[in-house]
Design a protein around this ligand. Structure first.
Ligand code: AHR
Length: 640
């Protein structure tokens, strides 16, 4: 998409811009000068500055990134038993269904759905249907992989028909028939292919039999094609959006999701590995049950697919209902669990947990640098975090001296390697806060801004929030000698009614489509265009909502000038660059702008606000440019 850039307003060298009269008043914006000295490197830009933070919230995985289409595939109880499943009785068929806590396909799965069919035949079959995560999405000419575990009391029952059916027409859009069931628990795999259907989410999945019998089902699953064709993998459209952010790391698995409300509901990584049928699943603090289909190895494979390093958060003895374990012997089992987890991620195949990872299908260890000890432990009113962090630090460092251990609250008894700071603010608050890290002591711990966001707009941020985010990112770039990593949160939201637990989230989706918010595009622009050095720069003048950052890549010979104009009137800037080789006179400029701060992207208008590329002419050691009202801009100036 192309729109004329702020170039159309021409180069302006006068000190004041007179813009359009608003409500009868002439608005003026003082011009700014940015002096850049390319010979003076202030510090290195952290190569891991921009990354992702993720947890199971807002149906981020179940009903989100994790491509499974069947909701409640393991038959947990809901208000109705079992949630999201319904009985199907076509024609004269008669059947009933109950949860059965006495039988299941594995030792960890002793709960299944018993379907008792009293009457059924091929023209009047009976069975069950699943409504999916706000529908079962279908696309034309696409192959879906179905599977389920089942057993029957009567081998004459025959096969199961596995079909995707349109809610509107009742027509089968794709179907397959399994082999005949047996009286032992067994897994059945089927393949379904759609024809020339219209893409739609208004569909459901139906499993039927055509003979009277009692049948038990568990782990009923349906997958569309996945990113990089991973078995048990992720949604393609969402992974592509994440890949476009060029993230350097993934912080997982939380967030509150790591801690759980209660210690018994913490993230227990050992329950999230190995065959899906052996994973018990668990209740999460965000008010829905987690399938744990996206478990520890799947997080790591997600890192592998997007070339991110894992930032592994380990449970550290505190859960959100003010439950904690005291430092000392009480904490030891949790610390041992964390050591095992680190070994699972990064240990060689000849270690106990490295061997388990190899058995799970990934012999190659993952490169691990950062381990986070807990999450937001400043909420622990008992004051136990200092001791808990110190205990983890001493033991983990002894075995893995190369690891950087992130503390989630200030600690006194030991110097933390890195502190994780979280900021959820309004745009105006971020504008006031942009100098916070300029003054922070460089001899203390490094900083990880592990959660941050401008919270304006729901379910995803509006353009006003994107301006707040961009202003904040200029300040993080300027301080990226101290801030080693930063990640927006929350990352994902299913926008269907009931899908969201947190108001402002970066990327929205339903079963069929996804979109990036203006804040998403601001991050794509910033993380794709950043130098390796922070260079000396100073500004004079400019309006109160004018922010900038200057980074340089001397090897590529590229200067990145980022300017955020969060005001409603244009901002003229004169750049004075010394120490540069001659710059090419035409530079690329990428701009994201809107008419008002409340404009936004939605599922219906996913690309209303997207970056637009154009050219700045006349780039030289001294040049001027006027930036549009409400705009986020990156000038990419190359040396000749
Ligand atoms: O990002 C949402 C929540 O905010 C996280 O789970 C928690 O760490 C923070 O309080």
């Amino acid at each position: 998409m192309f729109r004329p850039s702020s170039m159309a307003m021409g180069l302006i060298s006068i000190c004041l811009i007179f813009s359009t009269a608003l409500h009868g008043q002439v608005m003026v914006q003082p011009a700014a000068t940015i002096n850049v000295n390319l010979q003076k490197e202030v510090a290195k830009v952290s190569p891991t500055l921009y990354g992702l933070m993720t947890e199971e919230i807002n149906h981020s995985y179940d009903g989100g990134l994790y491509a499974e289409l069947v909701r409640n595939r393991t038959f947990h109880k809901g208000w109705d038993e079992p949630a999201h499943w319904f009985l199907v009785q076509y024609g004269a068929a008669k059947a009933s269904m109950q949860l059965d806590p006495t039988t299941g396909p594995s030792a960890n799965r002793q709960l299944s759905l018993r379907v008792t069919v009293q009457q059924a035949d091929s023209s009047s079959p009976a069975g069950v249907k699943n409504e999916g995560y706000w529908g079962i999405p279908v696309h034309a000419n696409t192959t879906y992989k179905g599977s389920f575990y089942a057993k029957a009391d009567n081998e004459a029952v025959g096969p199961v028909r596995f079909s995707i059916i349109s809610d509107d027409t009742g027509k089968e859009l794709a179907s397959a028939t399994s082999p005949a069931l047996s009286s032992e628990w067994k897994q059945y795999n089927v393949s379904l292919r759609t024809g020339e259907v219209k893409a739609s989410a208004a569909n459901h999945l139906v499993l039927t039999i055509a003979h009277p019998a009692t049948v038990w089902f568990d782990m009923v699953s349906l997958f569309p094609p996945t990113y990089k064709d991973r078995v048990n993998g992720n949604r393609i459209d969402m992974m592509e959006k994440l890949a476009a952010m060029k993230p350097a790391f993934l912080r997982f698995p939380g967030g509150n999701y790591l801690e759980g409300d209660h210690i018994s509901e913490r993230y227990q990584w050992k329950n999230t590995i190995g065959p899906l049928v052996d994973r018990p699943t668990h209740p999460s603090p965000w008010r829905y049950h987690s399938s744990d289909g996206l478990g520890l190895l799947e997080f790591l494979e997600w890192c592998e697919d997007l070339h991110m390093q894992p930032v592994l958060a380990v449970y550290a003895g505190y859960s959100m209902a003010q439950e904690h374990e005291n430092p000392g012997p009480e904490l030891e089992p949790y610390l041992q669990d964390a050591l095992d987890e680190i070994e699972y991620v990064a240990g060689a195949v000849n270690t106990k947990w490295g061997a388990v990872r190899a058995r799970n299908g990934h012999p190659e260890p993952f490169k691990l640098i950062y381990v986070e000890i807990g999450n937001e432990d400043f909420f622990d009113k008992s004051g136990s975090y200092d001791g808990r962090y110190a205990q983890y630090y001493e033991v983990i460092k002894e075995k893995y001296p190369q690891l950087q251990l992130i503390a989630t609250a200030p600690v006194q008894s030991i110097k933390a390697d890195v502190i994780d700071d979280h900021y959820y603010k309004r745009a105006d608050e971020f504008y006031e806060f942009v100098h916070h890290y300029d003054k922070v002591d460089r001899n203390g711990p490094k900083i990880f801004v592990g959660e941050w966001a401008t919270r304006e707009g729901t379910p995803t941020p509006n353009f006003g929030a994107a301006l707040g985010d961009a202003a904040w990112m200029t300040s993080m770039e300027r301080n990226s000698d101290l801030i080693v990593m930063a990640s927006y949160a929350p990352l994902l939201v299913n926008v269907n009614p009931g899908g969201m637990q947190w108001d402002t989230n970066l990327i929205g989706y339903d079963a069929l489509n996804s979109y990036g918010s203006p804040s998403y595009y601001a991050q794509v622009m910033f993380s794709n265009h950043i130098g390796t050095e922070i260079v000396d720069s100073r500004s004079e003048g400019g309006g109160p909502r004018f922010f900038y950052s200057v980074t340089h890549d001397p090897v590529k010979g590229v200067l990145y000038l980022k300017v955020v104009n969060a005001s409603s009137v244009p901002q003229a800037v004169e750049f004075k660059i010394t120490g540069a080789n001659q710059l090419k006179s035409n530079a690329k400029i990428i701009s994201l702008s809107a008419q008002s701060t409340s404009e936004t992207n939605t599922l219906a208008e996913p690309t209303k606000i997207v970056p637009v590329e154009s050219v700045v002419e006349g780039v030289a050691q001294n040049f001027s440019h006027t930036f549009a009202p409400y705009s986020i801009n990156v000038i990419v100036a190359e040396s000749k």
